[in-house]
Design a protein around this ligand. Structure first.
Ligand SMILES: [Zn+2]
Length: 104
């Protein structure tokens, strides 16, 4: 039961959270605008050769050629181990709920 509930939370996190808002406002990853494009500091290689795609809700680093979904970003940015993931993600969801406007 708990596991299924957690899966639901992951689904919401993956799909409902704008990846750029997650990066900038929740994870506090450094960002900048370059030629009108939102770029973030890649948490893997520390380069700004990045972009986000709000249609797929993925972030991409062109330097290390990785795609990050919101869950990947939380894991990498927070560096949480397996035991801590659930709590870390729940905390994220609570904060995101406030950010995106009042989801309970
Ligand atoms: Zn990178």
């Amino acid at each position: 039961m708990k596991r299924r509930f957690f899966a639901q939370e992951l689904f919401e996190l993956r799909n409902a959270v704008p990846v750029d808002a997650l990066i900038e406002n929740v994870l506090n990853i450094p960002v900048k605008q370059s030629d009108g494009v939102f770029r973030f500091l890649c948490p893997v290689c520390n380069e700004f050769q990045t972009a986000t795609n709000l249609f797929t809700n993925l972030a991409r680093c062109f330097c290390c050629e990785r795609n990050f979904n919101p869950i990947d970003l939380v894991m990498i940015a927070k560096g949480v181990d397996c035991d801590e993931r659930r709590n870390a993600l729940k905390e994220m969801l609570n904060r995101i709920g406030k950010l995106v406007g009042g989801a309970s």
